[in-house]
Every structure is written in C-alpha cells, then in structure tokens.
Write a protein of this length. Structure first.
Length: 152
C-alpha cells in the first residue's frame, strides 16, 4: 500500500466519523427515551387534572343544587323559597297535585301548632267555621312549561 496524504487523512477521518455517528445515535436515542418519559408524565398529570376538574364540577353542582339550598334554608329557618318559574310541570294536573301537597303540608303544620281544644268544642267550632267560611280557591301556578319539540 502506498502511503499518501489522502490515504492518511482518510484513515483518520473515517474512524472519527464512525465514532461521531455512534455518539449521535446514542444521543438521539437518549433524547427519545427522555421525551417518552416526559410524555408519560404529562399524560398522567392530564388524567389527574381531568378527574380533579370532574370532581370539582360535581362538587359545584352539589353545592349549587336547588334542593340542597332549599333544605339548608329550611334547616336555618331563613324562609327562602324557590321561584315558581323553576317548576317544570307537564300539565295542569301536575300543578294541582303540587299545590294540593303544599296546602296539605301547610295545614298539617298549622294543625300541630294550633292549641288543642275539647272534642265537643272543636266539633262545634269546625261546623261554625264551615258555615261561615266560603270554599278556598286553589292556588294556580304562574306558567307551566310548554313542552319542547323533542319532548312531544
């Protein structure tokens, strides 16, 4: 073999190029593995945040629930009632049943609170009140919700 400048340079440059290509392949593989771990970490963090968001939505829905708020206002005896427009009634018969149930509950509450009289006096008073008082008009609901096209 003849020695020459080109051959000597080639013998030095070729192994260096192979080593450099090996290092770059290793470096590239290392960056890919790191990126994979980072993606996995971000996915678990995203899943945790999604579940946290869903938990908070459920908590907000529970805390702003009209039923819970009404129960709390009754427990604290605030005297707050929900607006009549919140009633979504399908028909007038549903409205009548709702108002009748409210009237019965109110009558039962006032009957418990009223002082007890002697049975004979109570019967006589009930007859006198029935003769004097005209029949009470039933309450009506402001507006029953109209059925939507999809509900028909």
């Amino acid at each position: 073999m003849k020695s020459g400048l080109f051959r000597d340079a080639l013998l030095v440059i070729a192994p260096c190029a192979v080593v450099l290509a090996g290092f770059s392949a290793i470096s590239h593989h290392q960056r890919l593995v790191e990126a994979g771990y980072e993606v996995a970490r971000l996915e678990t963090e995203r899943d945790a945040l999604r579940s946290e968001v869903e938990n908070r939505r459920v908590r907000v829905a529970h805390l702003s629930s009209p039923v819970r708020l009404m129960g709390e206002s009754r427990d604290r005896k605030l005297g707050v009632d929900y607006p009549i427009e919140w009633n979504r009634l399908a028909s007038d018969s549903d409205a009548g049943r709702l108002l009748f149930a409210r009237a019965e509950a109110k009558a039962a509450k006032t009957a418990k609170a009223a002082p007890k009289k002697a049975p004979a006096v109570k019967a006589n008073a009930a007859k006198a009140n029935a003769a004097k008082a005209p029949a009470a008009k039933p309450k009506t609901v402001a507006k029953a919700a109209k059925p939507r096209r999809g509900d028909r």
